[in-house]
Design a binder for this molecule. Structure first.
Ligand code: GAL
Length: 961
């Protein structure tokens, strides 16, 4: 096992083929008895909730509607996870501005509850194993049913949840999982999406296994200085679900970044039945390769549990060896050295996909943030998606990992514990944040006590990291600020005296946990309140916030502040500050919602990196403004910059550190050109030209070959070019897209904060409903046996009376029982439909349904399904539908109509999106088939562009078939 693991890791690293998902390596590396199967594919989705709550409270295992096993979801739309349905809804000015005006929430009940459903097989060999479904994130309130049983409920939109389904699972048979998600009530004040917007997993373990999130590995050095040998602390818990104790052995093995085994440890444990037994050990790694954003070197730890010499469980964890500390005077220390935090705060929200980011998009966004010189990410204001942290570990990005709400009641402490246990192995995570701007409680004694209790909990679970909270208090120590290790500063430059706070509390470290909130719209240089645009100059602070230059100058000159996190790296939906409708997005981002850089990107890149930077703004397409003064600026880290218009010098200016340069330039079309000097030497040049008219569409994929795993994506930039191939910065053309080949478009965007065009073009299956009429009925004595010829295909019911099942009158007397029969004529053409259902308006009591003499299901009063898929039982011509119905107590039976429904595939949709100031984005996702994808983008009057993307064969992560 050991050798094969080493070999595999070495080969994967050598080939650069290390999967986005650690689990893939785990599974291929060693045939662990543990299976962690991706459960993202093959779901059905239905927006709406005709069935009320799924859980019947009178009897167990009797989930109603979609929660029942017999229910037909044939008319539902197929979806893969992650999925955000809010992004599919229209904008509506009556909707919540802070959530981006999508028609979801209390005012839109019909759009706010939805169901996800899937059938899956469990092999008979799973009998005796522990079976879990893990939902990494569903927004917001979710109830999960398996085989009609409720198996759990989660009312956190951000917490990962784990449901033990061992008792209700059917091994060797078909199983049904249904998840009801209710997004009526938001948690935050920003776009949060709706639906299962993170991965779902099916986990199978032996009865003696590692307890969930119990493996913890951390390193320590004498004096917290990473020299010489690192002590590696190893922890785990063993769950024993057997009836008797098990003598288990836990062994750990550590693999260096090059895949070589470098340390190991062992520990025996008497795993008592029914409890989680702790194991702790330590080992050493000599001269470790240290993790940092610049050197994201990752070690791997395998933890193997054996009973009687046989491995019963194994898990692999990626980790890093490094030290972190916040110091009151020196600021943040990484590996013992002062390290200035150049961070961004972000919500999980991207153009086209909303909150449902494919993993690759996490990497895309972290890559973008690194381009601007950022080294840190605050997961504002909630526990992040696990894959975001993987991206930060692997690409090198520090993380402030933020809890959702301040609270020390059992539920809030449990959510906090879940977060810390889940995320504590990530080297990227360097500090925990307990909460954000709890302005009702943060300065109160109760706020302070609550934070102290939460901090104690964190320290029990993770002795290696400090704790902060983002506080929008000024020079105030009472409450939460006195409880946390590190004072988190939200704005307040110039409003309060931060220096005075530091002088009064000289032993407390500080961090700028939220700064900036500068607003800017990409490519806009004149304020336009009607369309809802601000300028892209670094001029637009709100009354509580600061420009990029203001906050960064302040922090850069005070090392004790540790640097800070700008609000925000990317624009997000909602908080359309400073506007309202028709503006639907925030403007706070250094990047827009697509990840297209706004001009402030260059400010940060200039002062956050050592690369020579010289960027001019605005664009130089000002037809009609000839002779008028244009505000021209250079964002640069050069000592001096000389600006030229059409080869004439407009002067050489000297740059102040952390600042920008400005010229007033009378507009004339042509070329703005600049030279940047350092120490008197020319180091960089740049120019901005007046372009010609839009002539062509151009597509540029971020990656032209993607994995054929059904999850990987290519993020494609759509640019409008002039005849000379220059992006036209004022172009707003409408583009249509077509895609051929094994893949699909999953979203489009353009970064325009006021655009109301759809992000997705999805369609539900087409349902044609036709009533079944001409019912005949015969009352029978109670408890009439079901095995009667009245239910057969050919029974002669001509002597029975007629029944009206389409009214709202009950069709059976109290405690009554009776047969109902009708004929259903279908044609050969009808049978070509992918599915045919029988639909019942209302069943009070119990109804046993037969089609052509074959039993379909038992349906009963709301406790079971009222839609059944029956196509396989039908033939062209006349079919029979026969029902034996019973009531207990009051009158009942079948009413409100019975119909049959032909389900056909939706018509193909036409994807489109306008560009905004020259650019748009389209995201294409692979299927599990290899091949070529051809994407064509066309616009009226412009030359179209077609690109080819390849989807290449990869080892697929283990997933639920
Ligand atoms: C902060 C808050 C953020 C965001 C920001 C906008 O006070 O923490 O979530 O609302 O203001 O400036």
């Amino acid at each position: 096992m050991k050798n094969s693991l080493v070999r595999l890791l070495t080969v994967l690293f050598a080939l650069g083929l290390f999967s986005l998902r650690g689990a893939a390596v785990e599974m291929s590396a060693a045939p662990s008895p543990r299976e962690r199967l991706l459960f993202d594919f093959g779901w059905k989705f239905h927006l709406g909730n005709e069935w009320g709550i799924g859980q019947k409270l009178d009897k167990s295992g009797s989930g109603r509607g979609p929660a029942s096993m017999a229910f037909s979801d044939a008319s539902w739309r197929p979806v893969n996870l992650p999925h955000d349905w809010a992004i599919e809804l229209p904008f509506d000015p009556r909707a919540d501005a802070s959530h981006g005006f999508r028609a979801v929430g209390e005012a839109f009940p019909e759009n706010s509850v939805a169901w996800y459903r899937r059938t899956f097989e469990l092999p008979a060999s799973d009998k005796g194993r522990r079976l879990w479904i893990e939902v990494d994130g569903a927004f917001r309130d979710s109830s999960i049913f398996v085989n009609g049983w409720i198996v759990g409920h989660n009312d956190s939109g951000y917490g990962s949840a784990r449901y033990d389904i061992t008792d209700v699972a059917r091994c060797g048979e078909k199983n049904v999982v249904a998840i009801q998600v209710d997004a009526t009530h938001p948690e935050g004040w920003f776009y949060e999406g709706a639906g299962i917007y993170r991965h779902v997993w099916l986990v199978k373990t032996a009865p003696v296994a590692l307890a969930p999130d119990s493996v913890f590995v951390y390193s320590a050095f004498p004096g917290n200085l990473p020299t010489g040998e690192a002590t590696i602390h190893l922890q785990a818990q063993i769950d024993n679900k057997l009836k008797t104790a098990a003598e288990a052995e836990v062994s750990w093995e550590i693999f260096a970044p090059d895949g070589k085994s470098v340390a190991s440890a062992k520990q025996s444990v008497n795993a008592v039945a029914g409890v989680a037994s702790d194991v702790r050990q330590s080992t050493t790694v000599a001269l470790p390769e240290l993790w940092s954003p610049e050197t994201p070197r990752l070690y791997h730890l395998t933890t193997t549990v054996s009973v009687a010499g046989k491995a019963v469980d194994q898990q692999m964890i990626e980790f890093g060896i490094r030290t972190v500390a916040f110091d009151a005077n020196r600021g943040f220390l990484l590996n013992g050295q002062p390290y200035v935090i150049k961070g961004t705060c972000n919500h999980q929200d991207h153009a086209g996909v909303g909150s449902a980011l494919p993993d690759r998009l996490q990497y895309f966004r972290i890559g973008k943030l690194k381009e601007m010189g950022s080294n840190a990410y605050r997961t504002s204001h909630n526990p992040p998606t696990p894959e975001l942290l993987e991206a930060c570990d692997r690409l090198g990005m520090l993380v402030m990992d933020e809890n959702r709400l301040l609270g020390s009641d059992a539920q809030h402490l449990q959510w906090l514990e879940d977060l810390v246990r889940r995320d504590r192995n990530h080297p990227s995570v360097v500090i925990w944040s307990l909460a954000n701007e709890e302005f009702n409680t943060q300065a109160t004694p109760a706020g302070g006590r609550t934070a102290a209790t939460m901090e104690e909990k964190v320290k029990m679970l993770d002795p290696t990291r400090q704790v902060t909270a983002n506080s929008d208090l000024g020079n105030v120590f009472e409450g939460i600020n006195s409880a946390v290790d590190v004072r988190g500063w939200s704005y307040h430059i110039g409003v309060t005296n931060m220096d005075a706070y530091h002088a009064a509390h000289p032993t407390q470290p500080n961090v700028g946990s939220e700064q900036g909130s500068t607003v800017s719209t990409r490519g806009i240089y004149y304020v336009d309140p009607v369309r809802g645009y601000v300028t892209a100059y670094d001029d637009n602070a709100q009354n509580w916030s600061n420009t990029a230059e203001q906050w960064w100058t302040f922090f850069d000159s005070r090392p004790w502040l540790s640097g800070g996190f700008v609000w925000t790296g990317f624009d997000y939906r909602g908080e359309p500050t400073p506007y309202g409708w028709p503006c639907v997005n925030s403007h706070f981002g250094v990047y827009d919602t697509c990840g297209f850089a706004k001009d402030n990107f260059w400010y940060y890149r200039a002062w956050w990196t050592k690369q020579p930077v010289l960027h001019l703004l605005p664009h130089w397409n000002w037809t009609g403004k000839e002779g008028q003064i244009i505000d021209v600026r250079a964002l640069s880290n050069c000592d001096e910059v000389e600006l030229f218009l059409n080869q004439k010098s407009l002067g050489r200016l000297t740059m102040k550190h952390d600042s920008e340069l400005k010229w007033k330039v009378p507009y004339a079309p042509g070329t703005l050109f600049a030279k940047g000097f350092k120490d008197g030497k020319l180091v960089i040049e740049t120019e901005v030209e007046t372009t010609g008219a839009a002539a062509a569409v151009h597509l540029t994929p971020d990656r032209a070959t993607i994995d054929a795993d059904g999850e990987d994506i290519s993020v494609i930039t759509v640019s409008i070019m002039d005849a000379q191939g220059r992006v036209v910065p004022v172009a707003n053309n409408a583009i249509t897209f077509t895609l051929d080949g094994p893949g699909r478009i999953i979203g489009v965007g353009n970064g325009d904060p006021s655009c109301h065009e759809p992000d997705t073009f999805v369609a539900d299956p087409v349902v044609v409903t036709q009533p079944i009429e001409g019912w005949k009925t015969k009352n029978v004595p109670v408890n009439y046996p079901e095995t009667q010829p009245e239910l057969s295909a050919t029974f002669d019911d001509s002597t029975w009376s007629s029944a009206n099942l389409s009214g709202n009158k009950n069709t059976l007397e109290a405690n009554g029982e009776g047969f109902f029969r009708a004929k259903l004529a279908v044609t050969e053409a009808d049978l070509k439909a992918p599915a045919i259902e029988l639909w019942f308006g209302k069943i009070i009591g119990n109804a046993t349904l037969y089609v052509n003499g074959v039993k379909v299901a038992d349906a009963s009063d709301g406790s079971s399904a009222s839609i059944f898929e029956v196509k396989s039982l039908l033939h062209a011509g006349e079919n029979s539908v026969a029902i034996l119905a019973r009531t207990w107590g009051p009158t009942g039976g079948i009413s409100h109509g019975v119909a049959w429904r032909k389900i056909s595939s939706p018509a193909p949709t036409q994807w489109s999106r306008s560009v905004f100031n020259g650019l748009a984005q389209i995201i294409v996702q692979s299927s599990k088939h290899t091949g070529e994808l051809k994407l064509t983008a066309s616009a009226n009057g412009l030359k179209a562009d077609t690109i080819t993307l390849k989807t290449s064969s990869v080892t697929l992560p283990p997933s639920v078939p």
